[in-house]
Design a protein around this ligand. Structure first.
Ligand code: CAA
Length: 692
């Protein structure tokens, strides 16, 4: 074994030269890794004993892409494109040996090899789109040449990590080796290539699949149309598509130039900067300053859930999906049956769309057990309460859990509003109590607000954060405050949306501005979807609010065909003259002179108070860092990722501008707009929340 550099070794194993990369955590293509590949290849090509070359990685994964931390910095080390060219033009076969994930630049490196072998558990993908980018090292030109245009469109615009067996089926991988025996398998494959005199396959020269799509622009147009909703607002998917068009219509070298040019545009743009920030923000959110990585974990082998409603059922599915057995407790048999029925229906729907197999459905359902007896939760390692939002009910449940659950069990509440410190204090073990605020639908939404109460023990926090990742959630740790972080900031936007309506803006104007900003829908469309009568009581309603009047008229949202909007039979919304009249009457009664409100003002009024509230949350220590707030808003409330979350966005709008407007609002409309002290300090010191 010869050391090529600090992260690369070369060895001759029989007649095969093996280059091994070892650059934790994910073998990203840092300058040292690029140098290592370049020098390792040069050594292997010059080694007369090596008839073929295998490129393999140590650790958890094959190369997981470019080193994102190097982006925007000084260019050092070997040029990746040159390294790839040398590999492709090598005088002997080069084979990539893939385990873990071959992503982005990692897959591009593998595509510049003549052959690829992988273990069955490996995955391959070009996930640059998620960073607001496109594969910038020939991937856009090579992938369609090997898997065809349709599959390349799908892979590059979704960023999916495709399992190795599927990669084999589409020709992206040439052979699967036995799990855990990649090195031996790859060397054996290399010998086979030599023995059979197989050609040095250069993906760049294989034009059949791209030529088949030439003269068929409709392939691209149809793809754009079918995905218009998904891609709305994002630049990167469209740029990826254009590169594939170039692969079809231009010779390889020209296509490479197009790729380079479009990559440069994305890399220097604001969207990719925001999306790269979001990538690191999500990972940063897992790091809790006073709960270090080596904090003891509590093994969670089984979970109890109280409440089989929409929330409880959705939460149970998360654990079953991750292979963790769940017991759901309800008070009445029919409620339990209903809840378990909904879970089965959800799984069956996913299976009917091809997401999971029928066997998966049964396996997951098999992990979920129903019960009417809370004593069945005695052996659970963690119990999550997901019942109606009433303090007296929650206190009663936690008192019972305290008596039933084994010592060391984590007692969690899914409350979205109630004071967890108060709940914890009814138990004799407040250190075991934590908030796990899932978002509805809990089996779909990515965000988990983990709420640390006054007495929550560090192992309980560490375990909850790790478990969140295991069940596929993105977690952010917050402290107890009304509405926690997400809903506390949402309340600002909701208040402004309502106020604007009383000043002359119509619900559809406000919704349009927020939709155009990039939210999936505005607050009024959202209310119509959720149902205006959530929390509304017919018997006590006195027509005091617009919502009261709408509900009294049986305009309760989409489900009744009308709410703020009118809906046609396909649930397409139209501005409603009825609602408009109700609003006008309210405004007239209140003596306010309605005015024309610009889109700019609507946006400022809805979003600046949120940034201000974020600053208050930080100054009160309710969130650890500004980027955690952004993680919450991007993953739980539809804030467009390409605008980086409210705090990143605020930094880019200019905190001085936001402060000045908040002061104007305060002067005109009162102290709810009072600027946060932290906002004032940041502006005075010329600082930013996200350091961007
Ligand atoms: N560059 C630098 N650091 C990276 C990285 C990358 N490409 N990918 C992951 N890391 C870091 C993470 O920041 C994290 O660091 P900390 O431990 O300090 O927080 C660490 O590696 C582990 O990452 P995860 O916590 O995400 O680990 P995981 O096991 O859950 O997931 C992964 C591993 C699937 C590889 C995931 O990290 C991932 O998706 N990475 C990004 C892959 C990617 O987007 N590649 C394309 C890069 S762009 C490109 O390649 C452009 C081009 O065309 C040349």
């Amino acid at each position: 074994m010869t050391a090529i550099n600090a992260v690369t070794d070369y060895s001759l194993e029989g007649d095969v030269g093996v280059i091994t990369l070892n650059s934790p955590p994910v073998n990203a293509l840092s300058a040292a890794v690029r140098d290592g590949i370049a020098d390792g290849m040069a050594k292997a090509f010059a080694d007369p004993g090596a008839k073929a070359v295998v490129l393999i990685c140590e650790g958890r994964t094959f190369i997981a892409g470019a080193d994102i931390t190097e982006f925007g910095g000084e260019r050092k080390g070997a040029d990746l494109l040159k390294v790839m060219q040398d590999m492709e033009n090598a005088p002997k076969p080069v084979i990539a040996a893939i385990h873990g994930t071959a992503l982005g630049g990692g897959l591009e490196t593998a595509l510049a090899c003549h052959y690829r072998v992988a273990v069955p558990s490996a995955r391959c993908g070009l996930p640059e789109v998620a960073l607001g980018l496109l594969p910038g090292a020939g991937g856009t030109q090579r992938l369609p040449r090997i898997v065809g245009v349709e599959k390349a469109l799908e892979m590059m615009t979704s960023g999916a990590h495709v399992p190795a067996p599927q990669c084999l089926a589409m020709g992206l991988v040439d052979e699967l080796t036995e799990e855990g025996k990649l090195r031996e398998g790859a060397i054996a494959f290399a010998r086979k290539v030599v023995a059979e005199g197989r050609p040095l396959k250069k993906v760049r020269e294989s034009n059949e699949k791209v030529e088949a799509a030439r003269g068929h622009p409709e392939i691209f147009e149809n793809f754009r149309k079918a995905n218009a909703r998904k891609f709305r607002g994002f630049l990167a998917p469209e740029y990826n598509i254009r590169c594939i068009e170039a692969a079809v219509n231009e010779p390889f070298e020209e296509g490479m130039k197009t790729e380079r040019r479009l990559f440069g545009e994305l890399m220097s743009g604001s969207q990719s900067a925001a999306q790269r920030y979001a990538f690191f923000a999500e990972r940063q959110a897992n790091k809790i300053p006073d709960v270090p990585d080596d904090t003891p974990q509590i093994p969670v082998g089984s979970v109890g859930i109280i409440g089989a409603g929409t929330m409880g059922g959705g939460i149970a599915m998360n654990f079953a999906n991750a292979g963790i057995p769940v017991t759901i407790v309800e008070v009445k048999q029919d409620a339990l049956d209903r809840g378990l029925g909904v879970i089965r229906k959800n799984y069956e729907r996913t299976a009917s769309r091809g997401g999971i197999t029928a066997a998966d459905v049964e396996k997951r359902i098999g992990l979920i057990k129903g019960s009417l007896d809370m004593n069945d939760l005695a052996p659970a390692d963690m119990v999550i309460e997901a019942v109606f939002e009433r303090m007296d009910i929650k206190k009663d449940i936690f008192t019972k859990l305290d008596a039933i659950c084994k010592p060391g069990a984590i007692l969690a509440t899914n409350t979205s509003a109630l004071n967890i410190d108060e709940i914890a204090l009814v138990t004799k073990r407040p250190e075991a109590v934590i908030g796990l605020h899932f978002f509805s639908p809990a089996n779909v939404m990515k965000l988990l607000e983990v709420v640390r109460a006054d007495h929550t023990a560090k192992p309980v926090i560490a375990t909850s954060m790790k478990l969140a990742k295991k069940i596929g959630k993105i977690a952010a740790l917050v402290r107890v405050t009304p509405g926690f972080v997400g809903n506390r900031m949402l309340a600002q936007r909701q208040r402004e949306a309502q106020k604007l309506m009383f000043e002359g803006a119509m619900p559809w104007d406000i919704d349009r501005v927020l939709y155009d900003f990039g939210f999936p829908m505005g607050p009024f469309a959202m209310s119509d979807l959720a149902g205006l009568d959530v929390g509304w009581v017919k018997e006590t309603s006195k027509g005091e609010t617009i919502r009261d009047v709408l509900c009294e008229m049986d305009r309760r949202g989409q489900k009744t065909g009308a709410g703020y909007y009118d809906y046609d039979e396909n649930r397409v919304a139209r501005p409603s003259p009825v609602t408009e009249k109700i609003i006008q009457d309210f405004v007239a009664k209140s003596g306010v002179n309605p005015r024309q409100i610009s889109d700019e003002e609507i946006l400022e009024r809805c979003l600046y108070p949120m940034v201000n509230e974020g600053a208050k949350i930080l100054e009160e220590g309710k969130a650890i860092r500004a980027s955690d707030i952004d993680v919450i808003w991007e993953n739980g409330y539809g804030w467009p990722v390409y605008r980086g979350g409210p705090m990143w966005w605020g930094d880019h709008v200019g905190l001085d501008k936001i402060l000045a407007r908040m002061m104007e609002f305060q002067a005109q409309m009162g102290d709810v707009y009072k600027p946060a002290a932290l906002l004032e300090t940041m502006v005075a010191q010329g600082k930013k929340f996200t350091g961007s």
